[in-house]
Design a binder for this molecule. Structure first.
Ligand code: 5GP
Length: 119
């Protein structure tokens, strides 16, 4: 059985403006904002505005325009952060093996220093 989306997760609250965030970029389908506990000099999260648990859920159930909107937001956010010259890393945790903490799809964007090897 598919896991249910939890309307009380912290990113749902950010989308409803019940808790604040430091916004970096927004379009009709996605929002990006600074991570509250940064793991690199630049650490920003990009999330879809729709209720999706993970990339598996999103790729299966989101509309084409939502998918385009989220990917555009990742690109625009990286550009806005000035990361295109020196590079950056994108990561998305899904499920228990990845220790996904917040059950709303998100891409982490890390940058601002050499990030070392992958894991
Ligand atoms: P995950 O482990 O699910 O991939 O990452 C969740 C991320 O959400 C973590 O990096 C964590 O610091 C971030 N986070 C958790 N709560 C908040 C919050 O209230 N505001 C912001 N901006 N980030 C949060």
């Amino acid at each position: 059985m598919k896991k249910q989306y939890d309307d009380n997760n912290v990113f749902a609250k950010i989308l409803r403006k019940e808790i604040p965030c430091k916004k970096v970029y927004e379009n009709e389908y996605a929002l990006s904002f600074e991570d509250i506990n940064p793991q690199a000099p630049v650490h920003v999260l990009v999330i879809p505005k729709g209720k999706y648990l993970s990339l598996a859920d999103f790729s299966e159930n989101a509309s084409d325009i939502e998918i385009v909107g989220l990917i555009k937001a990742v690109g625009e956010t990286s550009k806005k952060l000035g990361l295109n010259a020196d590079g950056y890393r994108i990561l998305s945790n899904a499920g228990t093996d990845a220790n996904q903490e917040v059950p709303h799809l998100h891409f982490h964007i890390f940058g601002g220093r050499n990030l070392g090897s992958m894991l």
